[in-house]
Design a protein around this ligand. Structure first.
Ligand code: PLP
Length: 400
């Protein structure tokens, strides 16, 4: 379907990710131009005045905006179906701005407990330091979300599927509770990728990504993005972002734009590799459970059907032999490398209890289902046959 004024009207994600947001310079370059500039010049003092007053559109300083960064933001917004996007230097800069930019002392924030470690730091440690009250809830328990609401509740924050156990939270149900309370729902959608879950279609107000993960997807640079309504982006968030400086570098924006072009191809292959790896792991005698949202035996399988269009790129596996077996498995892997990163073209595996989640108490880890035998695998785009061979020989080593 094409439209004379906007050839991308009604286009599918695969098309938007290749063409969306691109503006061409007078040279008519094929690829997105890299505007590696911090500042801008004006032909007259009057023009500079008009730009600063916002009477004439255009850039004034790359902390506020940059043409390459704008292309990345507009491509992300087009794909997510959001009114707008603001790019940041990392995923954490996006999470930090989406939370700190929207609350003030005396407000209350409710968040799910199973969060990425740095997000948990913001909620648990940083916000209380500035007089913002916070409550952590078991994300899958809707009663806990309801019970946590106070009259000063301004924001709900959650991550689904969660890291590293890949449990789901009902987006629609939690969005309804947030809105009844007059609060905004912010969703960290990293694990699902922008392709497999559309939180805004289930009621989320704001979606954040670490673009470092699947969006770059090739282990090159950090980046983040906040997507939401113009009212919020140009309202409360505008001055916060302009004056605290979490800006994405134009170079990284350019890398991420190229990453977006191949995102559907990579995610499709990664999901196929993840489903196959989950099947192989589930059939092993040394494995006590496999958590993969694409499997019928996943504890939240109904919710997966309701809000995700695929099982994702991550698999969690629990070894009966605990830490010894988990380490033996990791150390035996040859193709899959040990790394805490995820969403990469290269398959990566990690032992959360001793790395990303080692700072938690053993009790809290147990609450979150992060046992000593748990290994998280992020599947890459290698050949499924080679990955299967690597996993099979590592499983044999783990049993031995
Ligand atoms: C990686 C990650 C972040 C933080 O992103 P950075 O780009 O590393 O700052 C936040 N949330 C989730 C779920 C992540 O996986």
């Amino acid at each position: 379907m094409t439209h004379p004024e906007n050839p991308l009207a009604g286009a599918d994600a695969e098309t938007l990710l290749v063409h969306g947001g691109q503006t061409r310079s007078p040279h008519g370059e094929t690829a997105e131009a890299l505007y590696l500039t911090s500042g801008y010049v004006y032909d007259s003092a009057e023009l500079a005045e008009a730009r600063f007053k916002g009477e004439q559109p255009g850039y004034v300083y790359s902390r506020y905006g940059n043409p390459t960064v704008s292309m990345f933001e507009n491509r992300m917004a087009a794909m997510e179906g959001a009114q707008g996007a603001r790019a940041t230097a990392s995923g954490m800069a996006a999470v930090n701005a989406a939370i700190l930019g929207l609350v003030k002392a005396g407000d209350h924030v409710v968040a799910s407990r199973a969060l990425f470690g740095s997000c948990l730091f913001i909620i648990e440690t940083l916000l209380p330091r500035f007089g913002v009250e916070t409550t952590l809830v078991e994300g899958g328990d809707l009663e806990e979300w309801r019970a946590a609401v106070r009259e000063n509740t301004k924001l709900f924050f959650l991550e689904t599927p969660s890291n590293p156990t890949l449990r789901l939270i009902d987006l629609k149900a939690v969005a309804d509770i947030a809105h009844d309370a007059g609060a905004l729902l912010v969703v960290d959608n990293v694990f699902a990728t922008p392709l497999l879950q559309k939180p805004m279609q289930h009621g989320a107000d704001i979606v954040v990504y670490s673009a470092t993960k699947h969006i770059d997807g090739q282990g090159r640079c950090l980046g983040g993005v906040i997507l939401g309504p113009t009212e919020v982006l140009d309202g409360q968030l505008k001055d916060f972002l302009r004056h605290t400086g979490p800006s994405l570098s134009p170079f990284n924006a350019w890398v991420l734009l190229k990453g977006l072009e191949t995102l559907p191809l990579r995610v499709e292959r990664q999901c196929a590799n993840a489903a196959a790896a989950a099947e192989l792991l589930a059939g092993d005698a040394g494995v006590s459970r496999v958590l993969y949202p694409g499997r019928a035996d996943h504890p939240d399988a109904d919710l997966v059907k309701q809000q995700m269009s695929g099982g994702g790129t991550m698999v969690a596996v629990d070894f009966k032999g605990g830490k010894r077996a988990a380490f033996a498995f990791l150390n035996a892997l040859r193709l899959i490398r040990i790394s805490n990163n995820l969403g990469d073209s290269k398959s990566l595996a990690t032992h959360p209890a001793t790395t990303t989640h080692q700072r938690l108490t053993p009790d809290l880890r147990a609450d979150l289902g992060i046992g000593d035998g748990l290994v998280r695998i992020s599947l890459g785009i290698e050949s499924g046959r080679d990955l299967a061979a690597d996993i099979a020989q590592a499983l044999a080593a783990a049993r031995g």
